[in-house]
Design a protein around this ligand. Structure first.
Ligand SMILES: C[S@@+](CC[C@H](N)C(=O)[O-])C[C@H]1O[C@@H](n2cnc3c(N)ncnc32)[C@H](O)[C@@H]1O
Length: 210
């Protein structure tokens, strides 16, 4: 199923610039692929309210932010817009194929230059030490085999004052919060949740702030 989706998106975006100028290629159902991508993003944004995530991250033009388990980039596009023109998003995932889907999405939005896509191993953040203003874990921390060790490692990648933001489905909140506490992270705040997800902002423990 995933490869079918990849082919559809890849084909749809191989000629994005031309198709956008023409209103997008037909899918045979009267709607263009550009329209379908826009509708997918619209549905996602309505549910997940990415502006709240961006606010929680505290990022601005020039910031460097990591998007962990970024998937096909539905949130990444918002992070890229927030840090442009001179910031950077490092978008990681264990799956190269979803990062290819992300590239199509970012290219269509004119944001590809702001995002480095990085395939990582399942047990390692693989982020440079002391380089990040913020690290986002959206719907991904439940996949880690040792989330405490993972968060310990990730903390080393923060700049002084940097944040780790964890957002996930509400039913995972208790476990996520307990894990972050065990990893020594300090809860800085929890902006009002969207209907389906919590958003929690953490900083490094005192004395361990890089
Ligand atoms: C449910 S999707 C979340 C996508 C996006 N962050 C969001 O909130 O919509 C989870 C993504 O995490 C990736 N993933 C799973 N385990 C991971 C790990 N250990 N490190 C990085 N990414 C991982 C999956 O491949 C998938 O693309």
């Amino acid at each position: 199923m995933r490869w079918v989706l990849a082919v559809v998106v890849a084909l749809g975006c191989a000629s994005c610039e031309r198709n956008e100028a023409q209103g997008g290629p037909s899918t045979g159902s009267g709607t263009s692929r550009t329209d379908e991508t826009a509708k997918e993003q619209e549905r996602f944004d309505k549910e997940r309210k990415p502006e709240k995530v961006v606010e929680a991250l505290g990022i601005k033009p020039g910031s460097r932010v990591a998007d962990i388990g970024a998937g096909s980039g539905l949130l990444t596009v918002h992070l890229a817009r927030a840090v442009k023109p001179n910031g950077k998003v490092v978008a990681t995932d264990i799956d190269q194929q979803v990062l290819d889907l992300m590239y199509a999405r970012l290219s269509a939005a004119g944001l590809a230059d702001l995002v480095e896509r990085r395939v990582v191993g399942a047990d390692s953040p693989d982020l440079e030490e002391g380089q990040y203003d913020a690290i986002l874990l959206a719907e991904v921390d439940h996949y880690f085999s040792d989330p405490i060790a993972w968060l310990h490692d990730a903390t080393k990648a923060l700049r002084p004052g940097g944040r780790i933001v964890i957002s996930n489905r509400l039913h995972r909140r208790t476990k996520s919060m307990a894990t972050a506490e065990k990893a020594g992270l300090v809860l800085k705040g929890e902006p009002s949740a969207v209907d389906t997800h919590f958003i929690a902002v953490f900083v490094a423990p005192p004395g361990k702030d890089p």
